[in-house]
Ligand binder design. Sequence first.
Ligand SMILES: C[S@@+](CC[C@H](N)C(=O)[O-])C[C@H]1O[C@@H](n2cnc3c(N)ncnc32)[C@H](O)[C@@H]1O
Length: 443
Amino acid sequence: MNTLKNKKVSSSQGISLLLDLIQKYLDHQILLPSFKNDTYTKHYLMEIIRYKNKIQFILNKTLRSMKKDIKQRLNQTNILFYVVYSFFWEKKSLEKIKKEILPLSLSRQQIQDFQKFYQRLSNFSWEIALKGKTEIEQLSIQKAIPTFFINKLLPVMNLEDIKSNLEKMDIQARIGNFTIRLNSEIDLVEFEKKFYHLNLVRDENIPKIIHIPLKHKAKIITTSFYQESRMTIQDKASIASVFLMDPQPNEKICDLCAAPGMKTRLIAQLSQNKTKIVALDYDLARLKQIIPMMQKTSSKNYHIVHGDGLNPPIREIKGSLFDKILLDAPCTGSGTFSSHPELKWRQNQKFLNQNVFLQRDLIEKAYNMLKPGGILLYSTCSFYPEEGELQINKVLDKFEMEKLPSWISPSYKINKTALSGAGRFFPIIHNTNGFFIAKLKKK
Ligand SMILES: C[S@@+](CC[C@H](N)C(=O)[O-])C[C@H]1O[C@@H](n2cnc3c(N)ncnc32)[C@H](O)[C@@H]1O
């Protein structure tokens, strides 16, 4: 449970802003607000979103036991959400919460009602509340995860591993390590000497990757290395997808879903800025973020293209076909709940289908754009087999699988066999997002 000490949120301005954002989120007026530098509001909002169904469940059960007139007056769901979160996750006292909500120009009656609501929370019993619920429903509430997610994973993962991965994703945002990658020109040993006091741990598998306790993140961000883009903060699984593609000087590489360009920059660096890169994306606002990123590399031979990967503008890809294509495909993001808890509540069959169809068509397009013998590196930050193994299984008549290193977990089994050219990253094993990678060679 989180115990962030937050002074700002207890100021009247801080609490009003937070409550306003909670309400907007609950009303679906915002998907994700821009926080600028307000890390406190961001933290509280993201945590309340992370546990949304659990908070709602506690709230409903508690209200059910209250008198009708009080219930009618307690109609400010945002405050109720805040009170439940403060009580259960932060163990805040009634006095403290009252002090926080007092500046909200509530009537004396409303304050009394919130007080009664708080007192009812103290009597909340999980045993009684969860009576009659199935094991999956209980898990969904207690781990704050849609039943859809659990049901999709049960054919490929046991319940204990689903639970552990979910728990790990919840705490990853607050404790544990984050990962950096140093640019190729930086001497790893020198860097380690300079920052030995930050408890650096070298990655065992990929050069120039270092894991650092999250508590040191603020220090890393203020270093000249970070400010001058001589290092990046990036999930190991994402770095691995480019590392495994192994970009070489003088190749022609397409990054088919490139924005905001973290992997495009890595392609440039790993090829010593000597490969020709076409970086394409559908989303113009996201695509624009690639420009400053690539300007910081010494790569000259790159084209940033706004377009649909299903129908890329011909000019940039005319002539020879590509040696390699990175298809870091749009997906449900079901492996990224740690940094994107809001995605938990978008998981459903329709959302999955939309992504699966788009991925299928993008794979087909990538196949057409590759030279014979060319490499397709397909990845998604998703746990679902539909966005990973099942996509690859459909195209094995067109591609051969390239063997992946043994430090990547095997893929889920399809017809009782793991795919040799595909693998997975799991939060509990690799301390990364949930991630799928396949390396394929065009026949
Ligand atoms: C997983 S993100 C890519 C992240 C990026 N590779 C990076 O590492 O910074 C998927 C991207 O696919 C893009 N996208 C979605 N549909 C697309 C399409 N039809 N054609 C091209 N890009 C598309 C989205 O705009 C999004 O930027």
